[in-house]
Ligand binder design. Structure first.
Ligand code: ZN
Length: 279
């Protein structure tokens, strides 16, 4: 059981998805390791550039590797929303086994060029590369705007052929952060893209989606699902509750335990959902 690339975990996923959990700190990493040690389901542990700015690029893979060393399971350490070639190379040198390069704000042509450059660098190092096409992130759009944000099937075909990317994050109506109102996800578009390309598909912005919607996304062809916001909410709520409960407490090891346990609860439910385990 070892550190592997995200693609190694995703390539055989069919009718289930690999959960990818964003961690911000030691407590998030402890929560994931404790749950995985027990459940033994493959997992992707990931961080965004802002987190790496906060704690240091080398800190996260070192911490994750140490904590996962006695978990009998394959796992990946992934850079989520990598925003430059330079950051990708730094992460590769620090022990990440998987990276995302997010060129979705660029033109299709520029996105292809950047993603291909990262693929050419990463593949010889056995590091898989997630690309992104379409827009993830809008809140309440009208129908016309929503259609413009969805990943187009033809562009997805062109993108994966030109880049040979390991996996593709698609825009199908999800958004990062907290949803205002009920999100409408274009399940049909997931199925259309899945039918057109072999590349494993990634769903971002899954925090706040109903279990039914997540299951529908998996059935339509999603094989990696990112969870971030709900973990941050659980951590903060657990911490706040612990501090409110005892005004005298001063040892972080005591009150952080409540925060870790709150994260673990969310991890359990998302892992069960992604792997279709019995509740
Ligand atoms: Zn994302």
């Amino acid at each position: 059981m070892a550190l592997v690339s995200s693609y190694d975990l995703m390539k055989n996923a069919k009718n289930f998805a690999i959960p990818a959990f964003n961690i911000d700190n030691l407590e998030g990493a402890i929560a994931v390791a404790e749950v995985i040690r027990n459940l033994r389901t493959p997992v992707i542990i990931q961080t965004i550039p802002r987190t790496l700015n906060y704690g240091g690029i080398a800190t996260y893979p070192a911490m994750i590797k140490a904590l996962m060393s006695d978990c009998s399971v394959d796992y990946a350490i992934h850079l989520d929303h990598g925003n430059s070639y330079d950051l990708v190379t730094q992460c590769a040198n620090c022990g990440f086994s998987s990276v995302m390069i997010d060129g979705s704000a660029l033109s299709l042509k520029e996105n292809i060029l950047l993603t291909k450059k990262v693929v050419d660098y990463a593949f010889p190092l056995n590091i898989s590369v997630e690309g992104e096409l379409g827009i993830i992130g809008g809140k309440e759009e009208n129908e016309f705007e929503a259609e413009a944000r969805y990943t187009k099937v033809g562009e997805a075909v062109e993108f994966v052929e030109a880049t040979n990317v390991s996996s593709l994050a698609i825009g199908v109506g999800t958004a990062h952060g907290v949803y205002i109102g009920t999100p409408v996800i274009n399940i049909k578009r997931i199925a259309e893209i899945h039918a057109a390309i072999k590349t494993p598909l990634v769903l971002h912005g899954a925090s706040g989606l109903s279990d039914t919607t997540v299951s529908d996304c998996i059935a339509a062809g999603i094989t990696k699902i990112n969870f971030a916001t709900e973990l941050r909410q659980a951590f903060t709520k657990g911490l706040r509750t612990a501090l409110n409960k005892d005004a005298e407490v001063y040892d972080p090891k005591l009150y952080m335990r409540d925060a870790i346990d709150a994260i673990k609860e969310v991890l359990h439910s998302k892992i069960r959902l992604c792997y279709k385990l019995n509740k």
